[in-house]
Design a protein around this ligand. Structure first.
Ligand code: PLP
Length: 379
């Protein structure tokens, strides 16, 4: 199943033919606005805001929830570097939290790392796997924390019947080249909270000069950046949203085939890793007892050992580890009255788990014969 096919090409040609490449010049017939409406509807959310990347979506979400200097935000130690970088971009401090065998943020460790400065949690649904949203929602409610769901790697996935991204206060998505749906570079956020939506909308459009009526905000205008999505990107994404259910069905089927293959191997040293919604699972992680065994498995074409995946592992986040601000007076750590560290011991458990866990490619663009070959190679 191609992710980019004839419908996306026709959509791009339609926009190019019309020549209106940005939302503000489309005289009320904007692809970006239609994409936002269709995304919000698929998610069952009141509002969607189209953006130019997942990183921008995280930043706009944090601005939306008014997270900033002096605040701490809990992020998992296994995620793409952007999750933590976005926190620093708004002047707050990312606090690293271990993942558990599900490869998502561990609710027990969330509690251990919380302080009075904690304002938000960013659970990340890595590799189409889902975080333990019930436990996270309970903690957030008890401690009055904002939950920003990073569903950049999991658009279309559900957690106990609810789309990922629609469960927390704000959900963010990426549409870069590697994501379930894509336009090269792109992103979006969804939220039911009108204030978060209005603040994020204000920020993504340099203070919302172009559509001030859209973002009716009960506070003075503030300056933002330009994170707007181009019309071409929105047009390419629209047919992909329509095919999301079909894509998830294929991923689910492939996951079951990999799980059967692992069963057949009958190897006591490997198993399908814990999942927070096994009935709806569309991503797969395979846990090993022995890291060397995982390393050998990870060399199979189409499989990967997770500790070897570069900047998804916090010990490779050089820009974060350096704690070097873009300007000395913009140092987010100056507001904290404690030492925040990011060394090998900070989340040693995460490193240990990633060293003995692999994933297998289930993506729809992998042709069926190639997937069959991958299944054979696993044993
Ligand atoms: C979990 C996660 N968060 C955030 C991002 C950032 O998205 P983008 O590359 O669109 O800025 C990514 C992208 O790789 C991601 O995987």
């Amino acid at each position: 199943m191609a992710v980019i096919g004839p419908r996306e090409i026709a959509a791009a040609v339609r926009v190019l033919g019309r020549g209106d490449l940005a939302r503000y010049y489309t005289a009320g017939d904007s692809e970006t606005t239609k994409f936002e409406n269709e995304l919000a509807s698929w998610m069952g959310s009141a509002n969607a805001l189209a953006l130019n990347s997942g990183t921008s979506a995280l930043i706009c979400a944090l601005v939306g929830a008014q997270i900033g200097p002096g605040d701490e935000v809990l992020v998992p130690a296994y995620t793409w570097v952007s999750t933590a970088a976005a926190v620093i971009s708004v002047g707050a401090v990312p606090i690293l939290v271990d993942v558990d065998e599900s490869l998502t943020i561990d609710p027990i460790d969330i509690k251990a790392r919380m302080t009075d400065a904690t304002k938000a949690i960013i659970p990340v649904h890595m590799l189409n796997l889902v975080a333990d949203m019930d436990a996270i929602a309970a903690i957030a409610k008890e401690h009055d924390l904002v939950v920003i769901e990073d569903a950049c790697q999991a658009i279309g996935v559900t957690h106990r019947g609810r789309p990922t991204g629609s469960i927390g206060d704000i959900g963010v998505f990426s549409f870069n080249q590697h994501k379930n749906i894509r336009c090269g570079e792109g992103g979006a956020l969804i939220t039911n909270n009108p204030k978060y939506y209005a603040r994020a909308g204000m920020y993504h459009d340099v203070g919302s000069y172009q559509r001030s009526e859209q973002f009716d905000l009960d506070e003075p205008a503030f300056v933002g950046v330009n994170s707007r999505m181009p019309e071409l990107s929105a047009a390419i994404l629209r047919p992909q949203v329509k095919r999301l259910d079909k894509q998830m069905a294929l991923r689910r089927k492939r996951r079951a085939m990999v799980a059967d293959r692992i069963d057949e191997l009958n190897d006591p040293g490997m198993r399908i890793a814990m999942h927070h919604d096994p009935a709806g699972a569309v991503g797969i992680a395979i846990a090993f007892d022995d890291p060397d065994h995982a390393a050998r498995f990870g060399e199979t074409k189409g499989a990967r050992r997770l500790v070897d995946t570069g900047r998804h592992v916090y010990t490779n986040w050089q820009s974060i580890l350096s704690k070097h601000p873009q300007h000395p007076r913009l140092d987010p750590y100056q507001w904290n009255d404690r030492d925040v560290s990011y060394d090998d011991d900070t989340c040693a458990r995460t490193l240990e788990i990633l060293a003995r866990t692999c994933t297998v490619e289930l993506a729809p663009e992998l042709p069926t014969p190639a997937f069959q070959l991958l299944l054979k190679r696993l044993g």
